[in-house]
Design a protein around this ligand. Structure first.
Ligand SMILES: Nc1nc2c(ncn2[C@@H]2O[C@H](COP(=O)(O)OP(=O)(O)OP(=O)(O)O)[C@@H](O)[C@H]2O)c(=O)[nH]1
Ligand SMILES: [Mg+2]
Length: 392
């Protein structure tokens, strides 16, 4: 090995060279040299986004969507059970455009007259109790029994988070692919009333399209279960074992609405707890007055994930329909009455608040009401008078 002593200048030069070399390969220094971007998100220059769609197909899709389809074509497509037409008809119903409202009403009016033997089942329970997994398992069972199943959802929270739609796609993997199943996520809407009404109308279309069983999933929060209860024949409440009532936020009202309570996730280490919960719920149900249709709600247990106990639930629903007989039809009549009144109330309210003159006067009167310059009752009367005058 040759040893050489460097002079001070040579040593300084060498250091400078090394520094330059290091600086040129260090990504951190590169990053520091770059002008700072205002955004936290940055894309590397020079990578072109791949063209996923071409202009021709986009134009084709747009022209297909714009193409107005006649009510008769929609009705005949639905009656044939064509799912593409059914989806299109539902989209029409979900539209908020006045232009579509007339056609949607004609469609509903035609479809509601078609007699079917459908069964409408509402499924509720706290988030995560396993509603979607249960529907996947239950839906699969029904299709193997030759039934056609439509799955709808009333979830006022989904329009904000889209969470449940995303979840449902993975939870209902097999049902999505099943030719005898039709899955439609929750319609978006600002009010529960609007979402529920659209779901109610969608049921009518699905029945006309030949779906025998309509399953409606709803999150056990707020008023959504009351709305779903008002549109189904059978209301099923899913519960978890091992959690106290307070923990599950159970409300007395929901228990009263339920035609059956099913303890889900009765599997693995949870089996024993599910058994105890079943006994406790059966005991608790005895404290409630009997339903006027003579039906005593059943407490059952299942494992949606392991497909255990699902058949028993179907048997119990069949038993309910057989034993309640005429009540089944009477309940539907009462529900029609409920939806008539509900729709009138919703429309009147919407008309009132959308009235431009009312809107202007509302702000002024509100100020006065807040500052106790005028009573809320007199202010309300004045606003209603403005609205009535507008109608004349
Ligand atoms: N062990 C067990 N886990 C289950 C069962 N059913 C559902 N799960 C699990 O529970 C979680 C929630 O299931 P979901 O079906 O999405 O519940 P959900 O009630 O539809 O939930 P939201 O739509 O968010 O209200 C998932 O991780 C499921 O795999 C069951 O029977 N046993
Ligand atoms: Mg779900």
């Amino acid at each position: 090995m040759i040893e050489k002593h460097l002079t001070k200048n040579e040593l300084l030069n060498l250091c400078e060279c090394l520094k330059k070399a290091l600086f040129s390969i260090n990504p951190i220094s590169e990053f520091l040299k770059k002008p700072k971007s205002k955004s936290a998100l940055e894309e590397k220059k020079g990578i072109k986004a791949p063209e996923v769609f071409n202009d021709k197909s986009i134009a084709q899709i747009k022209s297909f969507r714009k193409e107005k389809i006649s009510t008769d074509t929609l009705i005949s497509g639905i009656l044939k059970g064509d799912t593409a037409t059914l989806s299109r008809a539902i989209t029409l119903i979900e539209s908020n455009k006045t232009l579509h409202a007339k056609q949607a009403n004609e469609l509903i009016d035609a479809c509601i007259k078609i007699k079917t033997d459908s069964i409408r089942i509402g499924i509720t329970g706290v988030p995560g109790v396993g509603k979607s997994t249960f529907i996947e398992s239950f839906g699969k069972l029904l299709t193997t029994k030759g039934k056609k199943v439509a799955v709808l959802a009333v979830d006022p929270t989904s329009s904000v988070s889209k969470g449940s739609i995303l979840g449902d796609k993975t939870r209902m993997e097999a049902l999505v692919k099943n030719a005898n199943a039709f899955i439609r996520p929750s319609p978006s809407g600002s009010s529960l009333g609007g979402v529920a009404r659209k779901t109610r109308e969608t049921i009518i279309l699905c029945e006309a399209a030949g779906y025998d069983i309509i399953l409606i999933e709803t999150v056990g929060v707020g008023q959504s279960e009351t709305a779903v209860h008002g549109m189904v024949d059978f209301f099923l409440l899913l519960k978890l074992a091992g959690a106290g009532d307070e923990l599950q936020g159970i409300k007395r009202g929901i228990i009263e609405l339920a035609d059956s309570i099913v303890i889900n996730k009765a599997d693995g280490a949870n089996k024993q707890a599910a058994k105890i919960a079943k006994i406790e719920f059966t005991r608790a149900l005895h404290l409630y007055p009997p339903k006027h249709n003579g039906w005593t709600p059943k407490v059952l247990q299942c494992s949606a994930i392991e497909n255990q106990g699902i058949d028993e639930i179907w048997e119990s629903i069949k038993e309910y329909i057989e034993t309640t007989g005429d009540f089944f039809l009477e309940k539907r009549k009462q529900q029609n009455k409920y939806w008539l009144i509900q729709t009138i109330e919703d429309r009147l309210k919407a008309d009132f608040y959308q009235n431009k003159e009312v809107q202007q006067e509302f702000e002024l009167l509100l100020e006065k009401v807040i500052n106790v310059k005028i009573s809320p009752f007199v202010a309300a009367e004045q606003l209603l008078l403005i609205h009535r005058k507008e109608l004349k």
